[in-house]
Design a protein around this ligand. Structure first.
Ligand code: UTP
Length: 331
């Protein structure tokens, strides 16, 4: 069984960070989003991965090659960003002979029983109840959880079960054919070839999908959700640092994830803070924030902030959303 992870998107909602970093590489709770996904799938025994790359694809391949050398990996380039359905179809040659395929969106972290999904004999969609389903793919179900219909971003939803970006397909050839049918016939929703529309085509042609409820679902597409995900994951065992070096004249309020090589002096850091490697924090207070690598924070009070890599901030008390390679001096 292979896992297909589409990561070709531009991540407009997470600009400015995604001007320089692809969304799957943004760190939460100590590691990039894509590593959460890979680690979870490896844990249930999946070794073969296909990544559909596009925007800033080299950064993604470099990261995966360096940090996940033990998985079998193939990269397929999506020539144009025409939608998630198109991204999956682009990888058709690498998946067509698979009996089963997992598809996981490259910006989605979840807490789900993937083993149960793995052992379900038919195709499965991951779902979660949401208050306002209009921005999601939505699944209409019967009482047994069988999927009757899926609709992408319906104006008037007939169900509040959102598709979370986790799919298992046991009829891979039919999936490719359904996507190809939609592409050839210009079947688009919101201007894109949607995976949801491909699945609906399969349902109409007799493929059976069951559903599985995920416990937690973090669609890390926006700054607020990224910070919320960071805070929730740091509370879970295994993500935050338990033992840290003695930082000079500083107080650490757990949970935090502070990578190696960071220098913290005269500061209060935490709770709910992730700091990537080799960042310097001096005379500052930082809480509920994510800070990239090789950045420098000095004389600053930061909360609910996302700061990129190689950024420098001096003398400020604000909530910020700062991308990579910036230098800001408010002193
Ligand atoms: P999104 O719809 O969240 O798009 O894609 P995006 O570009 O990542 O983010 P925004 O909406 O501009 O902020 C969901 C997943 O599908 C992939 C994305 O990389 C993301 O993992 N995707 C989407 C593709 O690989 N190709 C596409 O053409 C569209």
């Amino acid at each position: 069984m292979k896992a297909l992870i589409p990561v070709a998107g531009v991540g407009t909602r997470l600009r400015p960070h995604t001007y320089t970093q692809p969304k799957p590489l943004l760190p939460v709770a100590g590691k990039p989003i894509i590593s959460f996904i890979i680690d979870q799938l490896v844990e249930i025994g999946i070794q073969d991965f296909v990544f559909v790359i596009g925007y800033l694809g080299d950064k993604i391949t470099n990261y995966i090659d360096e940090n996940h050398p033990n998985i079998n990996r193939e990269y397929v380039k999506q020539p144009e960003r025409l939608g998630l359905g198109h991204a999956v179809w682009t990888a058709r040659e690498t998946i067509v002979n698979e009996d089963e395929l997992f598809i996981v969106l490259g910006d989605t972290i979840f807490d789900a029983d993937l083993k149960q999904m793995l052992h379900t004999p038919n195709s499965v969609l991951g779902i979660k109840k949401v208050d306002d389903p209009r921005n999601f793919g939505v699944a209409e179900l019967d009482e047994s959880g069988k999927v009757l219909k899926v609709v992408e971003k319906p104006k008037i939803p007939r169900s509040n079960m959102a598709l979370v970006g986790l799919y298992k397909c046991t009829e891979v050839r039919k999936l490719i054919e359904a996507l190809e049918f939609n592409i050839n016939n210009e079947v688009k929703t919101k201007g894109e070839f949607q995976l949801t529309d491909g699945i609906q085509h399969m349902i109409e042609n007799g493929t059976s999908f069951s559903s599985i409820h995920v416990n937690n679902w973090f669609d890390c597409g926006k700054k607020e959700v990224l910070l919320e995900t960071n805070a929730i994951l740091l509370q879970k065992p295994g993500y935050a640092n338990e033992v840290l070096p003695d930082y000079e004249n500083s107080i650490i309020i757990h949970p935090v994830s502070i990578a190696k090589g960071c220098k913290i002096t005269n500061s209060i850091v935490g709770p709910d803070v992730t700091v990537a490697e080799n960042t310097v924090i001096n005379s500052s207070i930082v809480k509920n924030s994510i800070i990239g690598h090789f950045s420098r924070i000095e004389g600053v009070v930061l909360y609910s902030s996302v700061i990129g890599n190689d950024a420098s901030i001096k003398g400020l008390s604000q909530s910020l959303n700062i991308g990579d390679n910036n230098e800001i001096d408010f002193s």
